[in-house]
Ligand binder design. Structure first.
Ligand code: GRF
Length: 216
């Protein structure tokens, strides 16, 4: 069983997609052992509670400086003994030490087709605002491993979503979630949990029965 820690800051619809994926068997051989938030009011923590998953809040406000916060966050992660850490809308820069300790064991979901509309300043609605401003016709979502850069780690899966004439950032955000994120994240986790993801020379390859698992 792959032990997963999910880190969240907000609503947690991607967390919900993972919970549902495990329940339905879409994600095989995995369990969520802890949900960690930096935000005590994150609805994601309630979702964890409702599903009997232990939740914890590590808020930077409770620590004197960034270093102490990072240490507490890392300690909370370590306690759970994860095989995989999923950043599902976690608005905290991951401490360097955590990246080193969990190399190729941290994944993030980003609501665009990396390398477009990612990196500094591109989070939440800002991603979709950027997409509409530039006028691209296709956007989507990306699941990738986390390295020291911002949205620069090996890409595991991507899924495109068409931009429509009357889109607003909010409408587009919702469609990218529904059509891409909530499908992509469980698919990637399932592939990792079942030994189907290989990393070589900084690039990922999905091995095994791709079609069977809904990976195109
Ligand atoms: C998602 O759009 C995800 O791609 C981004 O943050 C958002 C989190 O949404 N990293 P939710 O909390 O899972 O609903």
């Amino acid at each position: 069983m792959l032990r997963i820690v999910v880190c969240v800051s907000g609503g947690g619809t991607n967390l919900q997609a993972i919970i549902d994926g495990i329940k339905s068997g879409r994600i095989r051989n995995a369990e969520i052992v802890r949900v960690i938030s930096n935000n005590p009011n994150a609805y994601a923590l309630e979702r964890a509670g409702k599903n009997n998953i232990p939740g914890a809040c590590v808020s930077p406000k409770d620590y004197g400086n960034r270093e102490a916060f990072h240490e507490a966050l890392l300690e909370e992660v370590r306690k759970a003994g994860p095989d995989l850490i999923v950043l599902a809308g976690f608005l905290v820069a991951i401490p360097k030490k955590m990246i080193e300790e969990y190399r190729n064991k941290i994944v993030n979901i980003h609501p665009s087709l990396i390398p477009s509309f990612c990196g500094k300043g591109y989070y939440g609605l800002k991603v979709h605002e950027g997409v509409l401003e530039r006028g691209v016709k296709i956007t989507g979502a990306t699941v990738h491993f986390v390295d020291e850069g911002m949205d620069t780690g090996p890409i595991i899966l991507q899924k495109p979503v068409a931009v429509e004439e009357d889109d607003t950032p909010e409408k587009l955000q919702k469609r990218v979630m529904e059509e891409a994120e909530w499908i992509l994240l469980p698919t990637a986790i399932d592939a990792i949990a079942n030994g189907q993801v290989e990393i070589r020379d900084g690039r990922c390859r999905i091995v095994g029965n791709r079609k069977d698992r809904g990976i195109s």
